[in-house]
Design a protein around this ligand. Structure first.
Ligand code: MN3
Length: 237
């Protein structure tokens, strides 16, 4: 028996004994057994067509944002981790442990942008419903007060960064982060984000950041995504 076959046999036996999911998935046992090659980080597809958020965010802006800005961060990340122990780690782990600098910036910008694409959707915006609506009422007083504070945070952030709705110690909060910074580095769970770097809106709104923020809040926010993040973080604090 070759070493590979021995390993397969042992894995199959262990699976049968443990009744593990391997036994239910025989295809897993037909894969060659070898040290798994460390794969590069990949860019998840946009969750909608580049033109899907128009006229509030144009296809031109979204396409360039995705294919140039996020892809650029991804390429930098993959270059920086090649041959290093970080190559096998989860993106979140790199973000939480990297020192300030190029590796942190690249990893966090990849994560933040994927989170941003998912924070928006066509025909979104308006008021949330369900548990998230109740939590907003509990922690901000009303949706109107949340809306005002979120718009203010997104509009007033000086320089480049992000406006977030987060959960911290069971309470909703609105926070701003600069550059690539992420709430997970501050003990907070992100529920929703708006990218307020100029590249996110300049072609569509020039320097009118407030117009972009209003359009996103009223027409694009994906409350289903934020609600799912809330449900998950309540379950696994
Ligand atoms: Mn961006």
């Amino acid at each position: 028996m070759t070493d590979a076959k021995k390993i397969l046999f042992l894995a199959a036996a262990a699976a049968l004994i443990a009744g593990s999911s391997l036994a239910a998935e025989p295809s897993a046992l037909t894969q060659p057994v070898a040290t798994p090659a460390v794969t590069a980080f990949t860019q998840p597809p946009l969750p909608y067509a580049p033109a899907a958020l128009a006229p509030f965010i144009s296809a031109e802006v979204l396409q360039y944002h995705y294919a140039s800005h996020q892809k650029g961060a991804l390429d930098t990340l993959n270059k920086l981790v090649t041959g290093k122990s970080e190559a096998g780690r989860a993106l979140e782990e790199i973000i939480k442990t990297a020192s300030p600098g190029p590796l942190f910036n690249a990893a966090a910008q990849v994560w933040n942008h994927t989170f941003y694409w998912n924070s928006l959707k066509p025909n979104g915006g308006g008021e949330p419903s369900g548990a998230l609506a109740e939590a907003i009422k509990r922690d901000f007083g009303s949706y109107a007060q949340f809306r005002e504070q979120f718009a203010k945070a997104a509009t007033s952030l000086f320089g480049s960064g992000w406006a977030w709705l987060v959960l911290e110690n069971g309470k909703l909060k609105i926070v701003q982060t600069s550059n690539a910074d992420n709430p997970m580095c501050h003990g907070q769970t992100a529920l929703l984000v708006l990218d307020v770097w100029e590249h996110a809106y300049y072609i569509d709104y020039r320097n009118g950041r407030a117009k972009y923020v209003d359009a996103a809040i009223d027409h694009l926010i994906n409350w289903d995504f934020a609600s799912a993040n809330l449900a998950r973080s309540v379950k696994q604090p």
